[in-house]
Design a protein around this ligand. Structure first.
Ligand code: PEP
Ligand code: MN
Length: 338
């Protein structure tokens, strides 16, 4: 249930409604909105009688919440959440682009790509230091050495950096170097990892599980928010289907569907959906047109020599073209579809 307070209600009045809920054995959490505060009632099993709250001072209306997810839902918060990764704003008017290699391979490789994508207008740099590979024999990432290279990218280019954290064990380490943490598709339902991310002060990019429904994905985001971290960015990266012409199928219709259900920004990663370079650009254009809050793309200056995901990595010159077109499309389709 959501208790919507009148405009201009004082903190003291909000607190008195919270206390009234607690006296009834309920958990109440104030949610600051644009020009008014709402109070979410959480953890209740079964319905709560709206009449308990309707007459209280400062209460405008009481809305039953019909979805299993609460904190992430538009029912709880009407306005878009805007998440900043080192100053790049996701969920506002802009369409920031995150770019970089799949994996950090060396300082030279990373800095070469970082300088190129910055030049083309990328807002955030990406690169994995801990890689979730399907085969244990594939390159697993440079670990802390990779994180140090990412820190150097930030120092030399000024770009904020995002990198994946695969487990609770290495979370502190990743957190010490990154501006945002990524939870990968294989970990979307790793609940202990989600809870740890919920206790982080950093923004979290939560990729959609490769077979997850929108509801399962939003429930995973709910775990992070419920632990106290509101800075969640959803990332669609393609789902498993029967097709063989691409690595995964980019589910573009989830963008308007999720934007309707949730106030969280949703970005699209066409690289992991495509799996092959020639599909990445058209899918990026479609992502910009459909109302994505940002785009994440893999770029490599020598994709044939890349230690992971070379086949889907764009060359820097292609990325430059992508940026120009994506910006032009965003200028036409404008702000987030709602
Ligand atoms: C990645 O971003 O390099 C990655 C491994 O992504 P996903 O979790 O979507 O496969
Ligand atoms: Mn990759």
């Amino acid at each position: 249930m959501l208790i919507v307070m009148k405009k201009g209600t004082t903190d003291k009045t909000v607190q008195s409604v919270v206390t009234a809920a607690e006296r009834r054995g309920l958990t109440a959490r104030p949610i600051p909105g644009g020009d008014r505060v709402s109070i979410g009632i959480l953890y209740n099993k079964g319905s709560v009688d709206a009449a308990h709250f309707m007459g209280l001072e400062g209460v405008k209306e009481v809305i039953p919440v019909t979805k299993p997810y609460k904190l992430v839902s538009r029912e709880f918060q009407l306005e878009n959440t805007v998440v900043s990764i080192g100053g790049a704003l996701f969920g506002g008017q802009d369409l920031p682009v995150i770019a970089g290699p799949c994996a950090i391979e060396s300082e030279t490789q990373t800095l070469t790509i970082a300088k190129a994508v910055k030049q083309s207008g990328a807002a955030v740099f990406r690169g994995g230091a801990f890689k979730p590979r399907s085969s244990p024999y594939s390159f697993q990432g440079l670990g802390e050495e990779g994180l140090k290279i990412l820190a150097k990218v930030r120092e030399e280019t000024g770009l904020p950096v995002v990198t994946e954290t695969m487990d609770v064990e290495n979370f502190d380490l990743v957190e010490a170097y990154a501006d945002a943490v990524q939870i990968g598709t294989r970990n979307m339902q790793n609940y202990s990892l989600l809870k740890r991310a919920g206790r982080s002060k950093l923004p979290v990019i939560l990729k959609r599980g490769m077979s997850a429904t929108l509801e399962e994905w939003l429930m995973a985001a709910e775990y992070i928010m419920e632990e106290g971290n509101p800075k969640v960015i959803l990332c669609e990266r393609g789902i498993r289907t029967f097709v063989k012409h691409s690595r995964n199928t980019l589910d573009l219709s989830v963008v308007p569907a999720a934007n309707k259900e949730s106030h969280l920004p949703l970005i699209v990663d066409p690289s992991h959906a495509a799996g092959v370079r020639d599909q990445v650009m058209p899918l990026a254009f479609a992502s910009a047109a459909v109302g994505a809050a940002g785009i994440m793309v893999e770029v490599h200056h020598k994709p044939d020599e890349a230690l992971s995901d070379g086949a889907q990595s764009l060359l820097p010159a292609q990325f430059d073209q992508l940026m120009q077109k994506v910006n032009a499309i965003h200028a036409i389709t404008g702000t987030k579809a709602l």
